[in-house]
Every structure is written in structure tokens, then in C-alpha cells.
Write a protein that binds this ligand. Structure first.
Ligand SMILES: Nc1ncnc2c1ncn2[C@@H]1O[C@H](COP(=O)(O)OP(=O)(O)OP(=O)(O)O)[C@@H](O)[C@H]1O
Ligand SMILES: [Mg+2]
Length: 231
């Protein structure tokens, strides 16, 4: 193994074996999928895996979920350590900064400053922005530049960042965040004649000899797990 190339475990059983042991550190990853495909669950497993290893996590939501949401949402999963919430894993809602009291031309700088302030305050090794795609409506023409700027500064902070994004009927991942991401992981929830089945695909991972193709995924009280090789 290349000792200069640090990787961190995802906490998703099966996935690390697909990516030479873990996600490159530091890096920015795009986690794409349609609604209910498991993006938020994946992100939480990633953060709690870090907490178990003594790493700090920062969960930034853009959806204005109530602050106790994380507790409610996570309470049913076995990987959750409630003591970590609000301590080694910080939760912060970016939603209010999307409101109209901030003129559009100020939102870019405001969002960037707020994200950087939270990182400086918490110094996380693992960061989640769930979902990143809602920023497009807010930032309009400056969205692409913002994503580029953000991914550069996130890497300088020495962290692995997961940005989540919605798939559309025509694209399995959002185009703009894909340009700046070092890796793209796609979750599918596909309809078959006997019902829906879940899959995970590593579409790209810089510096990594990763497995390709769609591999079956299961979601249970233990979160997501990948059945590597089952297609
Ligand atoms: N304990 C469990 N056992 C089995 N399946 C579960 C369990 N908890 C959640 N799920 C399934 O996992 C799905 C994943 O939900 P999650 O919120 O992670 O998806 P998402 O991609 O973030 O969706 P959205 O785009 O709406 O935010 C749920 O819709 C549900 O079908
Ligand atoms: Mg979600």
C-alpha cells in the first residue's frame, strides 16, 4: 500500500473493499441517488464510523430540518452512538442563510463564510453537505464557481467531504457537482418485475483502482451494506 496515500473507512460494509480500503483523504465526494435511495443513511454511517475512530464529523444540512431531526432520524439505526451527537458529530442547518433576507449577490460569500466558520469551530475530518444540489436555486449563476471554490477550500481543511445530490430521470448524478468531485458514488433504487432493488456503483474515484458496475445494496437497522459481486 502507498503510505503517502491516506484512506479512511466509510463505515459501509463491503464498500471499502471496492475502493482499495477507503476514501482518499482529503477529498470531495459526490454521493448521488434518487429520493429514498439511502444518501442520508450513508452519510450518517460515514460520520458515526469516524466518531468510533476518534475523528470529528460535521453534518451540514440545507433543508432546514429541525435541530432534533438528527436524533429522531437516527434513533432506529444500530450504528448510532447518541453520545457522539452534538459532541464529536456537530449538526448545523444552513437553511436560514438561503432565505431572502440575504440578497442573492451576498449569499455566495455568506454561505462560504458560514461553512468555513463551522469548520474552524469544529475542525472535522469528515464533513457532509446534504443535499448540495439545493444550493443551485439559491446561487443561480454563481453555483458552479461556488462548488469549485468550496471543493478547493474543503480539501485544504484536510477532510473528506460527502456532498449529496439528486438523480434525475435523465441523469444518474447532478452534472455541476460532478465536475469538481474527486469521486462519484451512485445509489440506485431500481424497479424490477418483482419489486424495487437497491444498488451502488462507484463511477469514479481519483487515484483508486476501484471496482466498477452496480452491486446490490441492502438497508436494514444496521444501515447500508454492499453485497460486492452481486449484480
Ligand atoms: N431500519 C430500516 N430497515 C430497512 N430499510 C430502512 C430502514 N430505515 C430506513 N430504511 C429505508 O432506507 C431508505 C433510505 O432513506 P434515506 O433517507 O437515507 O434516503 P435519501 O436518499 O437520503 O432520501 P431523500 O432524497 O429523500 O433525502 C428509506 O426510504 C427506507 O426505505
Ligand atoms: Mg436524505
Amino acid at each position: 500500500m502507498d503510505e503517502d496515500f491516506v484512506r479512511i473507512g466509510t463505515g459501509i460494509p463491503g464498500l471499502d473493499d471496492m475502493v482499495e480500503g477507503g476514501l482518499p483523504f482529503p477529498s470531495t465526494m459526490l454521493l448521488a441517488g434518487n429520493t429514498g435511495s439511502g444518501k442520508t443513511t450513508f452519510c450518517l454511517q460515514f460520520l458515526f464510523e469516524g466518531a468510533k475512530r476518534g475523528e470529528k464529523g460535521l453534518y451540514l444540512t440545507t433543508l432546514s430540518e429541525p435541530t432534533n431531526w438528527m436524533l429522531r432520524f437516527t434513533s432506529r439505526f444500530s450504528f448510532v452512538d447518541k453520545d457522539a451527537i452534538g459532541k464529536s458529530i456537530a449538526y448545523f442547518d444552513l437553511g436560514p442563510y438561503f432565505k431572502s433576507k440575504y440578497p442573492p449577490e451576498d449569499r455566495y460569500e455568506t454561505l462560504k463564510r458560514v461553512i468555513e466558520d463551522k469548520i474552524v469551530e469544529h475542525m472535522p475530518q469528515r464533513i457532509v453537505i446534504d443535499p448540495i444540489t439545493s444550493m443551485e436555486n439559491i446561487l443561480k449563476d454563481s453555483y458552479r464557481e461556488f462548488l469549485f471554490d468550496l471543493s478547493q477550500s474543503l480539501k485544504n481543511w484536510q477532510a473528506v467531504t460527502l456532498m449529496t445530490g439528486e438523480s434525475t430521470p435523465t441523469h444518474s448524478y447532478p452534472m455541476e457537482p460532478a465536475y469538481t468531485a474527486d469521486g462519484i458514488i451512485i445509489l440506485y433504487h431500481l424497479e424490477h418485475s418483482d419489486g424495487r432493488r437497491r444498488y451502488l456503483e462507484v463511477l469514479k474515484m481519483r487515484g483508486t483502482d476501484h471496482m466498477t458496475g452496480k452491486h446490490m445494496v441492502d438497508i436494514s437497522k444496521d444501515g447500508l451494506s454492499v453485497q460486492v459481486g452481486f449484480k
